[in-house]
Design a protein around this ligand. Sequence first.
Ligand SMILES: Cc1ncc(COP(=O)(O)O)c(C=O)c1O
Length: 369
Amino acid sequence: MKIKLPENIAAVESYKPGKSVNNVFEGLNLKRTAILSSNENNFGPSPKALEAMTEAMGKVNLYPEPSSVSLRIKLAKRLNTQPENLIIGNGSDGILSTIFKAFFSSGDELISSKGSFVAVNVMTKLNNIPYIQTEMRDGYKFDLDAIAEKINPKTKAIYLCNPNNPTGTIISQNALDNFVKKVPDHILIIVDEAYSEFANSLTDNFPDSTQYNLPNLITLRTFSKAYGLAGVRLGYGIAHEEIVATLLKVKLTFDPSIVAQAAGIGALDDDEFLQKTIANNLNGMRFYKEKFAAMGLKFTPSFGNFVMVDFGTEAAAGQVFEQLLQRGVFVRPLKFFQLPHCLRISIGTPEECELLVEKLEEVMVLINL
Ligand SMILES: Cc1ncc(COP(=O)(O)O)c(C=O)c1O
């Protein structure tokens, strides 16, 4: 191609279509399989969301509500806030992308931690934003003191992932209380709570960052995980109304689709599905912890719907990944999360969790770790 690209875009590695997740086991002749690689909800979508989407399909000749008013009104009631404090997007990563467009100018920097959500890494590169990353501490946790020390006149925003993907660790209530006090109010604090529904069920010490009511903090949440709607792309942000108004100016007018907006409205009525998902996650987490400990694995206490296991070296993690794949279990290698010696394993249905444990036990004996 003769068209010259900006250097930052040219430097980003192109997406190489390989095997799709739909055919990772092709040719392996397996009876039982489990996809445990993307922290999805393996119960499928919320049935009430599905019903609402089916109805909305009959209206796709129409444009969606430009700022998802109906969903914002419903969500505001649920969250005890105002629609003016909510932005709906094509997934929470759609909102993150809008934040980059709306708030960053050339020279602005973002601070976060190493070993956090890989999409942020990619977005900083695409937007030419220097990404300042501190080391993790105390067993794969965010080092908030180190982040506070990195604040400088170029800092535009700080990204916190709570619980953190892929480590599963949380920033505790006390730690977050102290941290937000240290951040000047001209710096945007982005708190990504994609797994908040799971964290709240796993600990009493998980802070709800919406409660600070700060003019410079946005909380990101999603329908992708607990509500099983990753494929329709629906997420939301909760923030001061001026932040929301700014993001609404910048976002693509008709995001998200009429089907996605309907899905969200349906999902919010589906408490039964949400509770079933949370209960399954509690059981799955207990099961993984017990079995992983019995296998002598080094894993991080997690507050999401996944567990990160540290296999010591990239080679060992690679072997475990490959051998699990051969046996019908697909998990997530973490090279691009800067943790190449680890694998992240999602919590699936009870049968899938059992399959993972059975196959991991086999693999651990086979490769003699
Ligand atoms: C921490 C975190 N934030 C955001 C997302 C993406 O959420 P969404 O599907 O709403 O874009 C994920 C998905 O894995 C995630 O782990």
